[in-house]
Design a protein around this ligand. Structure first.
Ligand SMILES: Nc1ncnc2c1ncn2[C@@H]1O[C@H](COP(=O)(O)OP(=O)(O)OP(=O)(O)O)[C@@H](O)[C@H]1O
Length: 444
C-alpha cells in the first residue's frame, strides 16, 4: 500500500515511515497540510497517518479536505492521549481509526493490517455484488399502467422517510423486490436489510428469531442471540408474509412498531430498536382481521402507508417489457442466440392468467430459452399450460362483450395459425388491420 505520513515533527514522521516500510509498504512524508493535499492530488494513496495538531492547521479540517479529494483514503489520526473527544469527532468525520501518541511501531503495523483486511473485505463484497447482479435479471421498477405506477411512486416517496410500509399483492408480483428497492432508495441504504420469513418458523422460534434470546431461555438456547430486529439496527427489517404471523406474537410486534421497544426471549430488560419496518403479505389483511386471525390495532398501525402490486394479468402494458428483458438476460447468460418471441407466443402470453406472476414469467422464459432450437421462441418451447384452450370463461354465448369475444378469437386464431398472413386470412381482415388489432390487445 502507499502510505502518506502527515506530521509537523520530523522525528515522528521518520519513525512512522520506518515502521511503514518495515511492514512492506511505501511511505511518503508531508510536513504540513498544503504538502499533504498536493501529494494526494498528484498520486493515489491507500492510507494516511495524520496528526490532529498540525502546526497552524487543524487536523480535523485537513481530514475533511483530504477525504474530499480522495474519498476512499483510510485516514488514521495521531491524537494526544487525553483527547478522546477529538478522536471521536475524527471518526464521526470519516477517519478510519486513531492512534494515541506516543505510539509504538507495533501499533502502526496493527492499524495497517486492519486497513488491508478491510480493503480485502470491501473488494470481496464488490465482487459478490457484481456476481449476484450478473446471475439475476435486472430489476425493473417502472410501469406503463397507472395502478402500479402510483403504487411505486408512493413507495419511493415513503422510502425517503422512516415510515413503515405495507406491501400487498398476490404471490410473485415482486413484493420482496420492491421492499429491497425501498431500502436501496432510503437514507438507511448502507445499513443492513434483514428479512424474516414469518411462516417458515414455529411461534417460539419466530419470536426468538425476531427478538433474540438469552442463554437457557428454552431448551436448545445454548448461547445468547441478538435476533433480527437488532441485526437490522439502523437499517430495514422486512417482515415477509406478515399475514401469517401467530396471534401471540402480534402484540409484541405492535409494541415494536409503536414504541420501538422489545425484549429478548427470557429477559425483562426492554431494548430500543432503531429500524425501518416493511411488511408484505399476499393475504387480504382486512379479511384476516374480520376472521379474528389478525389484530385490528396492528393492521391499522401497519396500514398507514400501503401499496398494492397487482397481478401480471392486470399489467398488460408491462408484460411485453418484462418478457423482453428476461429474454435478453437469459439468452446472454445461457449463451443462446434467441432474440424474439413468435407472434403466437406473444398472443399466448397476453391471453394467459399468470397465477405465479413475475416469478412464473421469469421461469417460463428461462425454460423456453434453454429449449429453443432457433433464434425465436415458439409455442413448443412453452410448458403444458400454454397448449390448452386459451380461456374457459370467454366463449360464444357466455356473458361477455363483443370486444372481449373478438379479442379472445383473435388470440386463439393467432395461436393456431402458421403465420400472421395465415391468421389474417382466417379472420377475413387484411394484415394491417390485424396489426392494429394486435397492438390494441397488447400483443405487440
Ligand atoms: N420489478 C421486478 N423486475 C424484474 N423482476 C422482478 C421484479 N419483481 C419481481 N421480479 C421477479 O419475480 C420474482 C419474485 O419476486 P418476489 O419474491 O419479490 O415476489 P413476492 O411478491 O414477494 O412473492 P411471494 O408473495 O411469493 O413472497 C423475483 O425473484 C424476480 O425474479
Amino acid at each position: 500500500m502507499r502510505v502518506l505520513i502527515v506530521d509537523d515533527e520530523p522525528a515522528i514522521r521518520r519513525t512512522t515511515r520506518i515502521a511503514v516500510e518495515a511492514a512492506g509498504h511505501a511511505g511518503v512524508e508531508a510536513p504540513n497540510a498544503a504538502r499533504a493535499l498536493k501529494a494526494v492530488e498528484e498520486t493515489p494513496f491507500d492510507v494516511c497517518f495524520l496528526d490532529v495538531k498540525l502546526g497552524q492547521d487543524d487536523g480535523l479540517e485537513v481530514l475533511q479536505r483530504l477525504l474530499a479529494v480522495a474519498p476512499s483514503l483510510a485516514v488514521v489520526m495521531f491524537t494526544a492521549y487525553a483527547n478522546v473527544a477529538t478522536a471521536v469527532e475524527a471518526m464521526r468525520r470519516g477517519a478510519f481509526d486513531f492512534i494515541p501518541k506516543p505510539f509504538t511501531p507495533e501499533q502502526i503495523r496493527g492499524v495497517l493490517g486492519k486497513v488491508t483486511k478491510t480493503r480485502a473485505l470491501e473488494t470481496r463484497v464488490e465482487q459478490l455484488e457484481a456476481q449476484i447482479a450478473s446471475e439475476a435479471p435486472a430489476i425493473d421498477v417502472s410501469s406503463a399502467e397507472p395502478g402500479p405506477q402510483r403504487a411505486l411512486q408512493i413507495a419511493f416517496k415513503a422510502a425517503e422517510s422512516n415510515a413503515t410500509i405495507l406491501i400487498l399483492g398476490p404471490s410473485g408480483t415482486g413484493k420482496s423486490v420492491l421492499a429491497r428497492e425501498v431500502h436501496r432508495r432510503s437514507a438507511q441504504r448502507d445499513a443492513a436489510f434483514v428479512t424474516v420469513h414469518c411462516p417458515s418458523l414455529s411461534r417460539e422460534l419466530l419470536e426468538s428469531e425476531l427478538f433474540g434470546h438469552v442463554k437457557g431461555a428454552f431448551t436448545g438456547a445454548i448461547t445468547d442471540t441478538i435476533g433480527k430486529v437488532a441485526a437490522a439496527e439502523g437499517g430495514t427489517l422486512f417482515l415477509d408474509e406478515i399475514g401469517e404471523i401467530p396471534l401471540e406474537i402480534q402484540p409484541k410486534l405492535l409494541r415494536l412498531l409503536q414504541e420501538r421497544e422489545y425484549e429478548r426471549v427470557g429477559e425483562t430488560k426492554p431494548r430500543h430498536a432503531n429500524v425501518r419496518l416493511i411488511a408484505a403479505t399476499n393475504r387480504a389483511l382486512a379479511e384476516e382481521v374480520k376472521a379474528g386471525r389478525f389484530r385490528e390495532d396492528l393492521f391499522y398501525r401497519l396500514n398507514v402507508i400501503s401499496v398494492t402490486l397487482p397481478g401480471l394479468r392486470e399489467r398488460p402494458g408491462d408484460l411485453q417489457r418484462f418478457a423482453a428483458n428476461y429474454l435478453a438476460f437469459f439468452a446472454a447468460s445461457l449463451g443462446k442466440p434467441v432474440k424474439a418471441f413468435s407472434p403466437v407466443v406473444a398472443a399466448a402470453f397476453a391471453g394467459y392468467e399468470w397465477p405465479g406472476n413475475l416469478r412464473e414469467l421469469r421461469n417460463v422464459i428461462e425454460r423456453a430459452v434453454i429449449l429453443a432450437p432457433g433464434d425465436t421462441i415458439e409455442l413448443n418451447d412453452l410448458p403444458e399450460q400454454f397448449h390448452g384452450p386459451a380461456s374457459a370463461v370467454i366463449t360464444v354465448g357466455s356473458r361477455v362483450s363483443l370486444d372481449d369475444l373478438e379479442g379472445e378469437h383473435i388470440r386463439r386464431v393467432l395461436q393456431s395459425a402458421r403465420n400472421l398472413d395465415d391468421a389474417a386470412k382466417t379472420l377475413g381482415i387484411d394484415p394491417a388491420t390485424l396489426y392494429r388489432k394486435r397492438q390494441k390487445l397488447g400483443l405487440i
